[in-house]
Design a protein around this ligand. Structure first.
Ligand code: AP5
Length: 210
C-alpha cells in the first residue's frame, strides 16, 4: 500500500495516517513531524526549515525531496507507507514519479477554511513526543497534560490564527492542484470531513475498502 493523504492544514491527515498505519501495518511518514524534530534538534535541515514553518510557508522542494529519499530507503518502508504531508507541490509529486515511487491512491479529506480556522484553535501538541490532541475532539485524560509522557501540552507555533490563514492560502495555491494531478491518473479518492475523528475514519475505511 502506497497511500498519499491530501487535505488542508488541520484536515486530519496526521490523525488518520496514524490510525491507517496501525490498521494496515505500514509506517506513516509525516514530513511535518520529521521537520519539527529537525527544528527541535537544530540540525542543518531544521535550521533551514524553521523560518518557513513558523510563517506558514512551504519548505523548499529540494529539502523535502532529500528527506523523503532518505526515509523511504529505510527497511520498514519495503511493504509500503502512508505519506502525510508529502507531496505538497507538483514538483514533489513528480519527484516521487521519477524516483520510481508508484502511488496507488491519493486520498483527500475535504473541509472548509472556516471549519479549519475554528478547529485549529483547539489543537494541542506534546513538545516532547509530538502526540496530538484536541481540546474538544481528542482531549487528553488530564487536561493540558500528555497521556504518553506527562509533559505539559503546548500550542503549535504555526497554529496562530494569522499563520493558519497563510497556510490555507499556500495550500490552495500550491497543494490543491495535486487533486487534479492524481485525478488525471485515476488515483484520487475524495472524502468529506466529519465532525469527529471516528466518524471520519469510518468513511475513509469505506472509501479504501478496508
Ligand atoms: P504539517 O505538519 O504537515 O502541517 P499541515 O499539513 O499544515 O497539517 P497539520 O499537521 O497542521 O494538520 P493535519 O491535517 O495533520 O491535522 P491533524 O490530524 O493534526 O506541516 C507543517 C509545516 O511543515 C508546513 O506548513 C511547511 O512549512 C512544512 N512542510 C511539511 N511538509 C512539507 C512539504 N511536503 N513541503 C514543504 N513544506 C512542508 O488534526 C488537526 C486537529 O484537529 C488535531 O487537534 C486533531 O485532534 C483534530 N481533528 C482531526 N480530525 C478531526 C475531526 N474529524 N473532527 C474533529 N477534530 C479533528
Amino acid at each position: 500500500m502506497k497511500l498519499v493523504l491530501l487535505g488542508a492544514p488541520g484536515a486530519g491527515k496526521g490523525t488518520q495516517a496514524q490510525i491507517l498505519s496501525e490498521k494496515l501495518g505500514v509506517p506513516m511518514i509525516s514530513t511535518g513531524n520529521i521537520l519539527r524534530a529537525a527544528v527541535k534538534n537544530e540540525t542543518p535541515v531544521g535550521l533551514r526549515a524553521k523560518a518557513y514553518m513558523d510563517s506558514g510557508e512551504l519548505v523548499p522542494d529540494e529539502v523535502i525531496i532529500g528527506i523523503m529519499r532518505e526515509r523511504m530507503a529505510e527497511p520498514d518502508c519495503a511493504g509500503g507507507y502512508i505519506l502525510d504531508g508529502m507531496p505538497r507541490t507538483i514538483t514533489q509529486a513528480e519527484a516521487l514519479d521519477t524516483g520510481g515511487v508508484e502511488v496507488e491512491t491519493a486520498l483527500t479529506i475535504e473541509i472548509s477554511d472556516e471549519e479549519i480556522i475554528a478547529r485549529m484553535s483547539g489543537r494541542r501538541v506534546c513538545p516532547d513526543c509530538g502526540e496530538t490532541y484536541h481540546t474538544v475532539y481528542e482531549p487528553p485524560d488530564k487536561p493540558g497534560v500528555c497521556d504518553k509522557c506527562g509533559r505539559a501540552l503546548t500550542i503549535r507555533r504555526d497554529d496562530e490564527p494569522e499563520t493558519v490563514k497563510n497556510r490555507l492560502k499556500v495550500y490552495h495555491a500550491e497543494t490543491e492542484p495535486l487533486k487534479d494531478f492524481y485525478a488525471a491518473r485515476g488515483k484520487l479518492l475524495t472524502v468529506e470531513n466529519r465532525d469527529g475523528i471516528a466518524e471520519t475514519t469510518k468513511i475513509i475505511f469505506e472509501a479504501l475498502g478496508i
